[in-house]
Design a protein around this ligand. Sequence first.
Ligand code: NAD
Ligand code: MG
Length: 386
Amino acid sequence: MRSLSLFGATGSVGQSTLDLVRHDAASWQVSVLTAHSDVAGLAALAREFQVKLAVIADPSRYDELVAALAGTGIEVAAGPDALVDAAKHPVDLVVAAIVGIAGLAPTMAALEAGHNVALANKESLVSSGALMMQAARASGATILPIDSEHNAIFQCLTGSSLEDVRRIILTASGGPFRTKSAAEMAVMTPAQAVAHPNWSMGAKISVDSATMMNKGLELIEAHHLFPIGLEKIEILVHPQSVIHSLVEYRDRSTLAQLGSPDMRIPIASAMAWPRRMHAPCQPLDLTRIGRLDFEAPDEQRFPATALCRAAISEGGGRPAQLNAANEIAVAAFLAGKIGFTAIVDLVKHVMDHESPVAPTSLHDIFMVDAASRQHAQILMDAHAHG
Ligand code: NAD
Ligand code: MG
């Protein structure tokens, strides 16, 4: 029996994680579950998995959660500080599946406590990669990537040394607008942007996939997780999402990890590491798939990956700034306030007009994050009124 805490239980990755637990209930004790504001959803899961602690991030929902779990003996807490405390709860594995910078503080707390972290929350690594990797090294914690590409690379690196890696190739589906012109993209709606051809995911990452910002964030993620040098990490568009990434070694041997596009496969790989567990997923049927296609990324139509490469090359506060502006822009797009191509334009504008301080602490990261959000918001307000 292994114990786990799951941050972001009500989300897409959270649901996939709990589905794996349901299929192997005898092996797992779920100790902590958290959610942002869905009290009913969190309470139902807390009861089902008989957890020790349920945390709702929105502090105004505390009383509601207390009432929903009355008589169960389940401990209840609320607010961002409670999330950080919950991350220190003694468990064998912490699954970090909150979306956005909101996941950073609890993920850092888990790493500092020495817990192995199965990491889906890419925004934390993008904003604060150096500090997170340092925290993991200091405490002896292992970061097990859940993001399918990074999980694929992690698997392809098993038993090998990073010194022998010549190249990492991050695959990208290209998203729902892969074949659209810039003019067509400018009028795409939130509903069209979240309709990903291969993967079913939360709204924010779906929009990031459509702009290709997701692949840029993943480039930054890969740079921290697999430090072989940015120039050795390439992006390859592969519309079928069957090959999840590749590692080329210096002897020109190239290893790939393949699987159906189902997040439960990389999540199972991280959960069971270094062993394997059963995952109730479709086997890969290559005869049915028939062919695998590849193309070079088009950074004219999709400038987000170049922005991300520039941000991580410069380093310092740039990636945190980029991430924060992107979170604001995606939220505004989803709310119908800005157009699709304005997302990346806004991020670029913030980066062009403000130089963030070089962060040396989590506090500094939050300062850069807040300044960038504010800047992005002011730009949008000016645009709306101008
Ligand atoms: P989602 O929107 O479906 O779920 C997000 C979860 O985070 C929910 O449980 C929500 O309650 C919680 N949350 C949101 N805002 C919060 C806040 N302010 N404080 C505390 N909790 C909050 O998102 P998702 O698609 O499951 O993605 C989660 C993370 O995993 C993201 O970083 C995403 O980039 C990454 N990821 C997701 C997938 C996927 O297939 N969905 C694949 C790769 C990586
Ligand atoms: Mg991914």
